[in-house]
Design a protein around this ligand. Sequence first.
Ligand code: CTP
Length: 401
Amino acid sequence: MGKPKVVLGVSGGIAAYKACELLRRFTESGHDVRVVPTASALHFVGAATWSALSGNPVSTEVWDGVEEVPHVRIGQHADLVVVAPATADMLAKAAHGLADDLLTNTLLTARCPVVFAPAMHTEMWEHPATQENVATLRRRGAVVVEPAVGRLTGVDTGKGRLPDPAEIFEVCRRVLARGVAEPDLRGRHVVVSAGGTREPLDPVRFLGNRSSGKQGYALARTAAARGARVTLVAANTTGLPDPAGVDVVPVGTAVQLREAVLKAAADADAVVMAAAVADFRPAVYAAGKIKKKDGQEPEPIVLVRNPDILAEISADRARPGQVIVGFAAETDDVLANGRTKLARKGCDLLVVNEVGERKTFGSEENEAVVLGADGSETPVPHGPKEALADTVWDLVAARLG
Ligand code: CTP
């Protein structure tokens, strides 16, 4: 098998320079990349740069090397087309099937998965014309990554930034790995909770846990690559980059996590509770730092129960047919405890993994069994957290019908 063939379309926005980083990630990981910029993109980054970085010829028009019929060949032979940045103009052309340069011709001839990473000013992104074009492209099976929120060109800040190239690369890698032209979660809204809650004792101390958030982030990233709109409720996951195209809601405590999950779940098709939620919190929060007192025993910490969010959303579904997934970390009698927990929580699926000192926490890999309320049992062999995430979404997609 040769190298996977990737077409990197670049349209004319200031974020074009970030596509160099995306290109480098593709070439360094063994992809054959053909960069197809628009004429306007060359105002930002020149053809020499694209050609040198990709090791392939670069042209914007269909009139170069006509004997090789590039306007048809490039698209036909691609395993993936990614347009980053995609301007409002490019989205409009793609949605309407215009073909006035090499990139737009390529988009019409490609039969592989197509990913758009839009970048533009907030007003242009929010304009009904752009939103309708995005909806059209998604309906046809393209993955359109939501822009990030942040600093835009000039003094403006808002939604419209090109997501981090490393994260766009992750979306592309997932789309390529699955090799599907039809993102099976498109049109779906999914909510994922990730990380571990922290329950403050005083302004400097908290009760917490060792969850890194990596499994939840893998779930968010894979769902976005499968076309879903994703809300990621992230508890204390500082250090993990926001996955491309995912709305991240940062929270600290179990009570805050509950509020954010309930709000996002109101219109969600599925909720996956991957966060490690503290079952208890200190009954009293000391407004000032708790001090040690010479000659005195420390005060015991009194705890109160936190709400069980998974049980609550399972018992009182925000929408009929909403699929709810829980996680269980167990140290002993893993399967038996998992079955009991599934019944007690009332969710549809429970991902049970064995934890211990060196297992799961903070690692890149995972091994689990997914138990279904219908009695099913899906073992997931030791492997990347994304493989487990994909199995979870396979089972969710099957239940959504
Ligand atoms: N969970 C939750 N709210 C809580 C505690 C846990 O929503 N207050 C969710 C977690 O996100 C996870 C699942 O419930 O999806 C399992 O959590 P776990 O802590 O393993 O189960 P517990 O109910 O706490 O059972 P035990 O401590 O007895 O193992």
